[in-house]
Design a protein around this ligand. Structure first.
Ligand SMILES: [Zn+2]
Length: 408
């Protein structure tokens, strides 16, 4: 017992003495990933017990770092209702409940605030419509997706707490509901707990645990501010090579902030065969790589400290079209919408829908001869047209039905 006490004392002393040491930071990131991706949390499904345990863990880590709670009513949590159905044709079944974002604030009394986010929810025992695994139900641990991003966010919280970069405040958000359709980030962007007009930029880490041997880090969204292309080439950390794309719209939480005209970046170490499968486990994470990526982002943030509020620019959207489509309307469908028709989440600049005068919030109810009851009908309607052809598109805008001529 005595020996144990001594050991504990030494460990405590050690952890204080080396609070900022690289070894400790790397070790802490391992602890964060291993806990969040453990079977105990059963895949961190939004609305379930595992999600709640993960949220409590993130809140306790925020507290340990010395952040201030910035959720609802002075708590760490920002709750939201969600309804998920993997099959939009069905009105029955699906999942409903309450999800939780976890929010901590580092207040530097600065005029602007940087949002640093990572989703912590995952697929539970295999979320219908998202899991790519065909075997018996099994826990999807989600180590890379996205315990890695959360560990990186927690590293940045500790780092920035001790940094001289004090010209921004920092808001750290662990998002939930991401896998079901960006529910948590959308909800935060709609009812934020801080003034969004004072937000400088938003960084999203989603899947940063599998840095490859060539050390290629994908950075999406560099078209959202002219500053990104100016500063990124100067960030040299551990031989990381940035591979950038322009668009502010992608399949993760930064999209919700880009659509509010906030400059964003999404960091991503790439796809792998364990993606959305039970085998996305903590022992497969490249921890040295995760640490390098985290230092890279910390260096980027410090290099922006003197730049003031970044200019926002809209990006040319690089929409991925399914092979069977020869045309596209140039909109982001609202995958969360559960009414009749296909609601438009965003209209991409200069694309057919934009030119025809369609707007975000419009609900498409007919394309050509095809009545659109859901997103599948919408795709069927689109598949009937070739480039250069015209189509009459009927949308509901509030209570009015509006007809527009779209040229593909
Ligand atoms: Zn993810």
């Amino acid at each position: 017992m005595k020996f144990l006490n001594l050991l504990v004392t030494l460990l405590l002393l050690g952890s204080n003495l080396f609070a900022q040491s690289p070894d400790k930071a790397l070790q802490q990131m391992k602890v964060d990933v291993v806990y969040l991706a453990s079977n105990l949390l059963e895949g961190r499904m939004t609305g379930e017990e595992g999600e709640r345990l993960a949220a409590e863990y993130i809140a306790s880590r925020f507290e340990e770092v010395g952040l201030k709670p910035m959720g609802q009513n002075g708590s760490w949590y920002h709750d939201f209702r969600f309804r998920y159905n993997s099959n939009p044709h069905s009105t029955e079944g699906g999942i409903e409940g309450i999800g939780k974002n976890v929010i901590g604030y580092l207040d530097n009394n600065a005029p602007t605030t940087v949002i640093i986010g990572a989703h912590y929810d995952h697929l539970g025992h295999g979320l219908d419509g998202s899991s790519l695994y065909a075997g018996e139900p099994a826990i999807h641990n989600g180590a890379d997706d996205n315990a890695s991003g959360v560990a990186c966010m927690l590293y940045l919280a500790e780092y920035l707490k001790n940094s001289d970069a004090k010209n921004n405040n920092y808001l750290f958000i662990g998002f939930s509901g991401e896998e079901m359709g960006l529910f948590g980030s959308k909800r935060f962007a709609e009812s934020p707990t801080i003034d969004l007009s004072k937000v400088n930029y938003m960084l999203n880490m989603d899947m940063v645990g599998r840095l490859n041997e060539e050390k290629v880090l994908a950075i999406n969204g560099v078209g959202t501010s002219p500053v990104w292309k100016e500063v990124l080439p100067n960030i040299q950390v551990d031989g990381i090579k940035a591979k950038t794309t322009e668009s502010g719209i992608g399949p993760s939480d930064h999209t919700s902030f880009y659509l509010k005209d906030i400059p964003v970046l999404h960091f991503f170490t790439g796809q792998h065969t364990d993606y959305h499968k039970p085998s996305d486990d903590s022992e497969l994470v490249n921890y040295d790589g995760l640490y390098s990526v985290s230092k890279y982002i910390a260096t980027l943030i410090e290099s922006l400290d003197q730049k003031g509020k970044l200019a926002f620019t809209k990006t040319k959207e690089e929409q991925k079209q399914a092979a069977s489509f020869k045309v596209s309307l140039g909109v982001m469908p609202d995958y969360v919408y559960d009414g009749e028709g296909m609601r438009i989440d965003a209209v991409l600049d200069g694309k057919p829908a934009d030119k025809a005068g369609l707007k975000a919030g419009d609900v498409v109810i007919q394309i050509g001869d095809v009545k659109v009851k859901d997103i599948y009908d919408y795709m069927e309607g689109l598949s009937k047209f070739n480039k250069g052809e015209k189509a009459t598109v009927v949308v509901k805008r509030k209570d009015k039905e509006i007809k527009k001529e779209v040229v593909f």
